[in-house]
Write a protein that binds this ligand. Structure first.
Ligand SMILES: Nc1ncnc2c1ncn2[C@@H]1O[C@H](COP(=O)(O)OP(=O)(O)OP(=O)(O)O)[C@@H](O)[C@H]1O
Ligand SMILES: [Mg+2]
Length: 198
């Protein structure tokens, strides 16, 4: 069994894409956000930021136990662990890292249609512009390349197919190594940075 860790700012499509991929290939999906709630791995609720604070130590322990259980099984071929904080998965277990990206304007619209309040949308869009989810992985001593896929203006099926092709080694994953997506530079060139930062 190989482990794919999917990360990305909220709204980039981790859950949608991971579930879609698992419908097409032999893969199970673990959503760390759901797991944290179902297994009571939450430290507290941050009401100002309207988000749960995860108990890092507990969730890492739980994930290691889960992976060890899966390792003894023949199937599935892949375990997909998805969350915006999936960088907590210890590096020795990771076979693939894919970070989903989304252009700030489109991400804004995706989060708006979720009914998120303005402050929460801004916080997430800023995080995407700064590439925080990528940076968390760059700080890890990984043995595998960090890949990123821009989901902007692409269908869920098309992004899923790219991921399946990467897992099946049907396409060259070097084409997806982080560094191509740079929203900060794009917005700077377009003189639109003030739209997202005060
Ligand atoms: N190409 C695309 N890839 C992924 N999602 C897309 C795409 N185009 C549109 N979407 C939409 O964007 C939304 C992504 O939501 P989803 O819940 O999958 O994000 P998430 O990354 O899991 O967020 P969270 O971190 O909050 O759990 C969905 O409504 C999905 O239909
Ligand atoms: Mg999700």
């Amino acid at each position: 069994m190989e482990i794919l860790v999917v990360s990305g700012t909220p709204g980039t499509g981790k859950t949608t894409i991971s579930n879609n991929v698992s419908n097409c290939i032999e893969a199970n999906v673990v959503s760390l956000n759901e797991l944290a709630i179902s297994e009571n791995l939450i430290e507290k609720y941050d009401s100002k930021r309207e988000t749960s604070v995860i108990d890092n130590r507990k969730i890492v322990e739980y994930i290691i136990g889960l992976i060890e259980e899966y390792k003894n099984k023949e199937n599935p071929k892949f375990l997909i662990i998805e969350s915006h904080f999936s960088d907590i998965v210890p590096e020795q277990y990771i076979n693939f890292v894919i970070i989903l990206r989304c252009e700030p304007d489109e991400l804004y619209n995706r989060l708006k249609s979720r009914g998120y309040k303005e402050e929460k949308i801004r916080e997430n869009v800023q995080s995407e512009i700064l590439g925080n989810c990528v940076n968390y992985f760059l700080n890890k001593p990984l043995n595998v390349p960090i890949l990123e896929i821009d989901t902007t203006n692409r269908s869920i099926e098309s992004v899923s197919k790219t991921i399946i092709d990467i897992l099946m080694k049907k396409i060259d994953s070097n084409d997806f190594i982080v560094g191509k997506v740079d929203w900060l530079e794009k917005l700077f060139q377009e003189d639109r940075l003030e739209k997202f930062f005060d």
